[in-house]
Design a protein around this ligand. Structure first.
Ligand code: GRF
Length: 205
């Protein structure tokens, strides 16, 4: 691996399948990056276990030990800075990002959302899509800003919603695409091809 490649930190609260998909893309040479650390706000997150198994440094930072979001995020930033992180990758991180993280990593925090934003923001995006009766949903990778799932969109993949889909059916179909999309977008960033003008994100050829 080139010593110069993109230094990633993954923030995850749950099962960690996107973390593993990114790691696999790196191992298969599709993504020129390194995951320097995985940080979780949940002690029992499966993502921590997967990082352990994969030999990736991992830390549980307990938000309950901090009086407010700012001090909690300052602790995260301390860990990120000590590892010279270039890009913070949210992968099922179930917290709103506050100003301490945003100001420390401007336009350097990414999130993946299991819907075609700006539709179906927040929790249970797949259930929202099934209940609404849309024919297509999908997934979105976007820069993180101070809203919930509102930052500039980098790329999206469309996924059909089938008539008898349950929330779980749709979630599974979307997840398959999430895993490909995240690695692809990260590689564009590694190649220095992603630039942002206002709300619009462009990918240089
Ligand atoms: C994914 O569906 C992602 O889009 C959403 O949270 C879920 C995380 O899944 N933000 P995993 O922990 O990566 O398996």
């Amino acid at each position: 691996m080139e010593p110069c490649c993109l230094r990633l930190a993954v923030l995850a609260s749950g099962r960690g399948s996107n973390f593993l998909a990114i790691l696999e893309a790196i191992q298969q040479g599709r993504l020129n990056a390194q995951i320097k650390v995985l940080i979780s706000d949940k002690s029992d997150a499966l993502a921590l276990q997967k990082a352990e198994e994969a030999g990736i440094p991992h830390i549980f930072i307990d938000p309950r030990l901090f009086p407010d979001r700012q001090s909690y995020e300052s602790e995260i930033v301390k860990e990120l800075k000590s590892r010279d992180i270039d890009l913070v990758v949210l992968a099922g991180y179930m917290r709103l990002v506050g100003k301490v993280l945003l100001q420390s990593y401007p336009h350097q925090i990414l999130n993946i959302h299991p819907a075609l934003l700006p539709s179906f923001t927040g929790l249970h995006a797949q259930r929202q899509a099934v209940d609404y009766g849309v024919k297509f949903s999908g997934c979105t990778v976007h820069f993180v800003d101070d809203g919930m799932d509102t930052g500039p969109i980098i790329d999206q993949v469309v996924v059909p919603v089938l008539p008898d889909d349950t929330e779980d059916d749709l979630a599974e179909r979307i997840l398959e695409q999430e895993h490909k999309l995240y690695a692809r977008v990260l590689q564009w960033i590694a190649e220095g091809r992603v630039y942002i003008e206002g709300r619009k994100v462009y990918i240089a050829k």
